[in-house]
Design a protein around this ligand. Sequence first.
Ligand code: NAD
Length: 429
Amino acid sequence: MVSVLNNHNSQEAHHPNEAYRTALDQFRRAAAYVRLPEDVKEYLRYPRREFTVNFPIRRDTGEIEVFTGYRVHHNTALGPTKGGIRYASNVTLDEVRALAMWMTWKCALVNIPYGGAKGAVVVDPRQLSLSELERITRRFASELIPIISPHSDIPAPDMGTNSQVMAWFMDTYSMTLGYSVPGIVTGKPILLGGSEGRTEATGRGVIISMIEAMKYLGWDNRHDAKIVIQGFGNVGSHAAQYAHELGFRVVGVSDVSGGIYKENGLNIPAIIKHVQKNGSLARYTDGQNLSNEELLVLPCDVLIPAALEGQITEHNAEQIKAELVVEGANGPTTPEGDAILRERGITLIPDILANAGGVIVSYFEWVQDLQAFSWDKEEVFRQLQRMMVKAFDYTTTISEKHQVDMRTGAQIAAITRVGDAIVQRGFFP
Ligand code: NAD
């Protein structure tokens, strides 16, 4: 048996990783404005439950390898926990803690009845065959059964996972119980109880918040705005597609293989086709090639980081040319990067608002599954638009009231809702 516990990050016990440090710093800033007992604030700094599993999987070679997975429930005051499952080779428990905490704030901000969770398996899915991916998913789903259900914790896709992974997850849970339970996960294929519009929802929501921000800032010639998007996966590609459909000029996009820039606007449908065919942006030629570092500081009006954490930092925030940053990814800006953008007067629409479209439509999917009744796409998008705009307006109201930036305003709004729920529920026993 090849025994490689492939997760271990021994530094983690000593200091939090970048994402968790960012999440705690943001919480500290916002919590200072929230009127709640100090002990409730202290409680909110910690995840309620953390579950780590190590499980053996037979590789296609016949060897057995041990994989590590996590599921963290940050808070359950407003309802069952909700959050994606990430497959990545460098993911740590601390990163999952940060992502679970952000899910709590995101669900509270957009006012859906969920607490926050996140899960991960330490694995690079690109190094797995399809059958290895299926075995890992099924075994991980089975390991999570003690802590998930449609009424307690509902996973979804995140980086490195997709609707096929969710289909295996739902099937494993259903086979164990002996009947189909579509409400156990969201982001499923539509045939299995997935929702119309879920795949596009996060990217679409990012563009809805970008437009609301442009209106809020009083931008007159909005359609002249130049947009740059980092990351061309689920969030980035659908944001690019929707922006393109609405007539915006997307001048730069990138993925892990690098970026492409064209001052007059890229041909987004052609890029989507290229990525579908080739698996990445590499070798796309209609534009100027550049690195991800160069992409982030391109001349543009709107920058949408939609790939991964920690991209806007003290090293590049000074050089960013955009006047508006809309966070498609979770945690793409470090506290130092954030401070520089604030000082420079750059408006930032925070992740917990800008990328909430995904969890909003996941909520619609869960509601449809529980009622065994499906909505059409127009209805999904109409309700998505309504809830995104409402959350945007609520964030600006709270930010103006406290005279703070939008991130702090969004977090104040969310922490207040969760804290009030904890106080109203009281303390068991
Ligand atoms: P994905 O796996 O579909 O796509 C990730 C993209 O980022 C890919 O294009 C990949 O090539 C690119 N990328 C990876 N490493 C990179 C690097 N070093 N530099 C530049 N690009 C890189 O993932 P996704 O679902 O689009 O998620 C992206 C982000 O959005 C994550 O932070 C995720 O947590 C967040 N998010 C996703 C959803 C959702 O519904 N999918 C919802 C909310 C937030």
